[in-house]
Design a protein around this ligand. Structure first.
Ligand code: NAP
Ligand code: MG
Length: 499
């Protein structure tokens, strides 16, 4: 039986009624110079939601010019306090339109509406407010030089024009992670959302203008990676590129940045270990494991997709886990009953089902799930079953490659050394989870794991004040907290001769 779905909020209807959706360049919503558009789809039905103007090299050029002009002109005169007020205003406006944003995000990305409402939108608001606070607290220092009679100090200055390229898994929140910190530090930005999910970023653009940002300070140009993304990352007048996405794309970004040696920060993928010891709270670990893997259909960079369970409780744990996972309600994101929505795209569906086949061929056993969703009502969308693979070893492809879907590989371990060894046996190093009630063990494992974030007796906890980023091939640079200010400022030493 078809599940009841939300009727779209009038503001969503209004937003979608003007099409194609235009890009934000120099304070105006404009069409692509080429006149080209692309479709953004509803992943629950594969139907077109709306057409979107497609940025290409020419449009990126215009956006960069606008950002440069703003940076060298009007924006320089804007005080830190005013920057703070502008960011606060954006947060207020998003909050005021929270339901519209939640629905638009769910429509474009597929995620359950309850998650958009509880996570994506409020976390975005919080992020803007957090960095608004920083705008007035970024300063240099005076230095006690011994070289002579000098007054020497540092200035903490913005980098300039920043290109920002984001993925589709948290479209609005990723836009906030990028824009808020860069603006707090006084930069101007050109943001390229992912082609699959451009809508909330474009609506955010409208609110950015409503908040009163000078033209050109924030430009938002949806388009494809190989064209718009490549143009932005190779642009000779972009001073820095901040990227979130796959490690393969990350490499291309580094190569593209070489032309003018622009600064690069990379938030890439993961294959995070989630380690369950016998001495932990099993119920908590089960809940945490489910959250760590199936939240956002598993399309989370830090998802705990390698579940390491101490041998003694391996069978018991995975059986309990699979009983719970079977109960996860898969359905359209716009149904309030859905706990898991569709994957974002047909491409992603093919990738994930491809890995389900690979896992089976490698000898892993899907103790629940393992296929596309069988419900005929879901056949037009990109739905897969939440899947638990048992009989996995850490060398298998399903244990080493990022699937980016609701698939967990359960692997037994002998003892603490084995857990740490296997946990670290990956090219990635984004995050990890540990479940134990033994304090010494918790600290020892947290220290030994090569990962940018370790959660103990919890998972997927986020706060704007905490740094987030990768060890190893999960990237470099840290977003979040005071650390993101490092990404968006540079330091100048000034010497005044007092003799
Ligand atoms: P992706 O394919 O790398 O795409 C990310 C962004 O890069 C998109 O906007 C994409 O545009 C653009 N892009 C693609 N090729 C490009 C090129 N040659 N030059 C410049 N830009 C290019 O990644 P995805 O599949 O969208 O997202 C999933 C990945 O992101 C996963 O690996 C996940 O782990 C990672 N991720 C990491 C974090 C983190 O904080 N560490 C957070 C979220 C996601 P198109 O949309 O047109 O392809
Ligand atoms: Mg879409």
């Amino acid at each position: 039986m078809a599940t009841k779905q939300l009727e779209l909020h009038p503001q969503v209807v209004k937003f979608l009624s003007s099409a194609p959706k235009k890009m934000l360049i120099n304070g105006e919503f404009v069409s692509a110079k080429s006149g080209k558009t692309f479709d953004t789809l509803n992943p629950a039905t594969s139907e077109v939601i709306v057409k979107v103007c497609e940025a290409d090299k020419e449009d990126i050029d215009l956006a960069v010019k606008a950002a440069r002009a703003a940076f060298e002109g009007e924006w320089k005169k804007v005080t830190p306090y005013k920057r703070q007020q502008l960011l606060m205003k954006v947060a207020d406006l998003i909050e005021k339109n929270a339901e519209e944003f939640a629905q638009l995000e769910t429509l474009d990305n597929g995620k359950p509406i309850n998650e958009s409402r509880a996570v994506d939108v409020p976390a975005t608001v919080e992020h803007f407010r957090y960095y608004a606070g920083w705008a007035t607290k970024i300063h240099g220092e005076t230095l006690p030089v011994s070289a002579g009679n000098f007054f020497t100090y540092t200035l903490r200055e913005p980098i300039g024009v920043v290109g920002q390229i984001i993925p589709w898994n948290f479209p609005l929140l990723m836009a906030a992670w990028k824009i808020a910190a860069a603006i707090a530090c006084g930069n101007c930005v050109v943001l390229k959302p992912a082609e699959q999910t451009p809508l909330t970023a474009l609506r955010l653009g409208e609110l950015i203008m409503e908040a009163g940002f000078p033209k050109g300070v924030i430009n938002i140009c949806p388009g494809f990676g190989e064209t718009a993304g490549a143009a932005l990352s190779s642009h000779m007048d972009v001073d820095k590129v901040a990227f979130t996405g796959e490690y393969i794309t990350g490499r291309k970004i580094i190569q593209a940045s070489a032309g003018n040696l622009k600064r690069v920060s990379l938030e890439l993928g993961g294959k995070s270990p989630n380690i369950v010891f016998t001495d932990g709270d099993m119920e908590g670990a089960l809940r945490g494991c489910i959250g760590s893997v199936f939240f956002n259909q598993g399309q989370v960079c830090c998802a705990g997709t390698r579940l390491f369970v101490e041998s003694k409780i391996y069978d018991e744990f995975i059986n309990k886990l699979s009983d719970k996972v079977k109960k996860i309600k898969v359905g359209p994101g716009l149904s309030e009953e859905s706990q898991m929505g569709p994957l974002v795209s047909d491409e992603q569906l093919k990738r994930v089902t491809g890995y389900l086949d690979i896992g089976k061929k490698e000898g892993a056993k899907a103790i629940c799930g393992g296929d596309r969703a069988k419900d005929s009502d879901l056949s037009k969308g990109y739905f897969v079953e939440p899947t638990v693979f048992a009989n996995v070893n850490n060398k298998m492809r399903i244990a080493q490659e990022e699937i980016f879907g609701p698939v967990v590989s359960a692997i037994p371990f002998k003892d603490i050394n084995d857990a740490v060894f296997q946990g670290n046996e990956t090219t990635y190093g984004l995050a990890a989870g540990v479940w134990t009630n033994d304090l010494k063990k918790a600290h020892a494992v947290a220290k030994a794991l090569k990962a940018g974030t370790v959660w103990v007796n919890c998972y997927n906890c986020f706060d704007p004040c905490t740094p987030f980023g990768g060890y190893k091939q999960s990237g470099y640079g840290r977003e979040g907290g005071i650390h993101a200010l490092e990404l968006y400022t540079q330091t100048k030493s000034v010497w005044i001769n007092l003799d």
